[in-house]
Design a protein around this ligand. Structure first.
Ligand code: PGA
Length: 241
């Protein structure tokens, strides 16, 4: 694992955006694995600025998001489809047909998960996976559990995740209890992975990710087994390593 400690959130965002842009410059039809949440917002804003300046072209890029809340329709303001459209896709020239997110409102969730894996397989897998991390060490919505989940599947969200994400909803009861999350198989199959973390609340999860045992209790720790992972942290997120 390569660990970069930056001075603040703006510096993390800039570095991550440069890495994504570099990936696209080297391979214009890159398959990107993308996260949602507060952490990647600065990176997305930086990528939009680079696009506006003509420095990066998304016309051949293919995207796969990590997850989507189960049963939230795409037009719901807290759906990840809505988040991605408003925070990135509406502002760049990625083709709609190249955008993939699990469908939260699918009628048959097992089929939806199998279809998502199949689309990823057909796209040739992920070239660059960008990850955030939960306070409990989740990546995507792969939550701490007795077992690590390899396949894309319906997952129940933990209390910690519901509490952390309730800041985006009117009330904690409004946070969906389930989500469809990409599994570790697809993430570990990515050629290159970058993980971003900012703030004190992530310091303990980062310590376990970097120095802890590989364990289903800290899903992010499995990244220790991948050959090309870069972790980009601000001083606070790095304070326990
Ligand atoms: P955050 O979420 O970026 O909003 O902290 C990260 C995550 O839960 O993976």
């Amino acid at each position: 694992m390569r660990i970069l400690i930056e001075k603040d959130y703006a510096a993390i965002s800039r570095k991550a955006a440069l890495m994504v842009a570099g990936q696209i410059l080297l391979k214009p039809n890159s398959v990107l694995g993308l996260p949602t949440g507060g952490t990647p917002l600065g990176m997305y804003q930086e990528l939009i600025r680079m696009y506006d300046r003509g420095e990066v072209d998304f016309s051949e890029v293919v995207t796969f998001n990590l997850d989507e809340y189960y049963q939230l329709p795409p037009e719901h303001e807290q759906s990840y489809y809505y988040f991605m459209r408003h925070n990135l896709f509406n502002h760049i020239n990625v083709k709609p047909e190249n955008i993939h997110l699990p469908k939260g409102t699918c009628a048959d969730v097992e089929k939806e998960c199998a279809d998502y894996e199949e689309s990823l397989r057909k796209a040739g897998g992920i070239d660059l996976q960008v990850l955030g991390i939960g306070v409990n060490g989740h990546i995507g919505f792969i939550e701490p559990d007795q077992r690590l989940s390899v396949q894309t599947k319906l997952v129940s969200l933990t209390k910690e995740t519901i509490a952390a994400n309730s800041r985006f909803f009117a009330a904690p009861e409004d946070v969906p209890r389930y989500a469809i999350s990409m599994g570790l198989g697809a993430i570990l199959n990515a050629k290159r992975i970058i993980l971003l973390a900012s703030g004190k609340s992530k310091a303990s999860a980062i310590k376990e990710t970097v120095n802890g045992y590989v364990s289903a209790q800290t899903p992010s720790s499995i990244l220790q087994t991948h050959a090309d992972v870069t972790i980009i942290l601000d001083q606070e997120a790095a304070s326990l390593i």
